[in-house]
Ligand binder design. Structure first.
Ligand SMILES: O=C(O)CCC(=O)C(=O)O
Ligand SMILES: [Fe+2]
Length: 383
């Protein structure tokens, strides 16, 4: 069942045209933040399965809070995400001439990964000439928390009230990620806090908040809202309200399937760093964004993502100290060990630049090579 014992219509966004019932949807598990906070072992197992099998799951944020006014606050995060959608619209609806002043065009240079990315800049599908129909704004966690100097930004993002909102959103998202990492670290049999210690809030990393805006566009095979990819980092926490996100489940003959947006939930997915840390036990799944389906046709789509990534200097390789990871490495044919080991920062820059126009695409590929090969067969299904 797609969304385990759920009447999806009860969690529809009432102010939007409905997500259709007649399109294929992906079988994401719904995990409860509250149960994870309560250390419910069944829920920890479900999270573990979701991360090994698909690498994508819903996280029900409702009523998921630690006592007191700590940063682990599901309802608070939901409220912040609402306000963040409003702020993101203000940023991405600024005149193009203003936004391009913050374009991180030469993404290889220090700091320039953050800021604005214009529509149609990224190559997709192995560099065969297609371009994306999404624009982004990326804000740096370290800038927001004062760990590094502030980067240039439009006035609306410099207002202290707005910066405070984005900062709190970062802290609350990061707290959720830390909880998830703790469960995965324990399930992998790593020494206590191993994964959490590679993702400390106040240590420099490429963590970002991203707003994505995709105006509806007539589809043909040369256009897509956001090309197929795996995420570069560790855990992505995603809020979207209109449909359009699709995943390609693993296995022969699988088809691109929509992820139905649910009120009160975020969508979480693992990125490539988790695959490398776990020697492939955890999954970073291929996904993409197409136009909103059915009655949502014609609408401009916005989404909001917190990308948690390993600290800049962390090496992306299988972690020591887990029998489960050692056993998995033992089963591999040596290919993984011969791979060049890079820091998280270098990996993220390489992958980010590599998908841009005019750059060797091969170096930007993620970990889901099987999915990438498979997807070339089925890409036409959901045009
Ligand atoms: O907009 C979405 O739903 C997904 C965005 C995404 O996959 C990304 O920005 O990496
Ligand atoms: Fe993504």
């Amino acid at each position: 069942m797609a969304t385990d014992h759920l009447d999806p219509e009860s969690l529809a966004f009432d102010d939007l045209p409905p997500f259709p019932n007649d399109v294929p949807t992906a079988p994401l598990l719904r995990i409860s933040l509250k149960k994870l906070i309560d250390q419910d072992t069944d829920e920890q197992q479900r999270l573990w399965r979701a991360c090994c099998d698909l690498g994508f799951f819903y996280l029900d944020l409702r009523a998921g809070s630690e006592n007191g006014d700590g940063e682990l606050n599901g309802d608070g995060l939901l409220a912040d995400a609402e306000a963040m959608f409003t702020l993101g619209k203000q940023v991405l609806e600024l005149p193009e001439v203003e936004k391009v002043q913050y374009d991180y065009h030469d993404a290889g240079e220090q700091g320039s990964y953050f800021g604005y990315r214009r529509l149609g800049q990224k190559l997709i599908d192995g560099g065969d000439g297609k371009r994306d129909g999404s624009e982004f704004w990326n804000s740096s966690k370290d800038d927001l928390l004062g760990v590094t100097d502030p980067l240039p930004a439009p006035a609306v993002l410099q207002k202290e009230g707005n910066r405070a909102l984005v900062r709190r959103y970062v802290q609350r998202s990061h707290a959720v990620v830390t909880l998830l990492l703790g469960v995965l670290s324990d399930q992998l049999g790593l020494p206590a806090h191993t994964l959490q210690n590679l993702h400390r809030l106040r240590t420099t990393s490429c963590d970002i908040v991203r707003w994505v805006r995709a105006p509806w566009q007539p589809m043909d095979e040369n256009k897509i809202s956001l090309g197929q990819h795996t995420d570069f980092g560790s855990v992505s926490v995603l809020f979207n309200r209109l449909g359009g996100l699709q995943v390609l489940p693993p296995g022969e003959g699988a088809e691109w399937s929509y992820v139905r947006p649910l009120q009160g939930h975020c969508i979480c997915n693992l990125g490539d760093a988790m695959v490398k840390f776990s020697a492939g036990i955890l999954r970073s799944n291929l996904h993409r964004v197409v136009n909103p389906p059915g009655k949502q046709e014609g609408l401009t789509r916005m989404s909001l993502v917190y990308f948690a990534r390993p600290e800049d200097e962390v090496l992306l390789r299988a972690l020591e100290g887990s029998e489960m990871i050692d056993a998995r490495r033992g089963q591999q044919d040596g290919g993984a060990d011969e791979e060049e080991v890079v820091t998280a920062k270098d990996w993220i820059y390489r992958r980010s630049i590599g998908r841009r126009v005019g750059v060797n695409h091969a170096k930007s590929m993620g970990t889901d090579q099987e999915g990438l090969k498979q997807s070339s067969k089925v890409i036409s299904v959901a045009k």
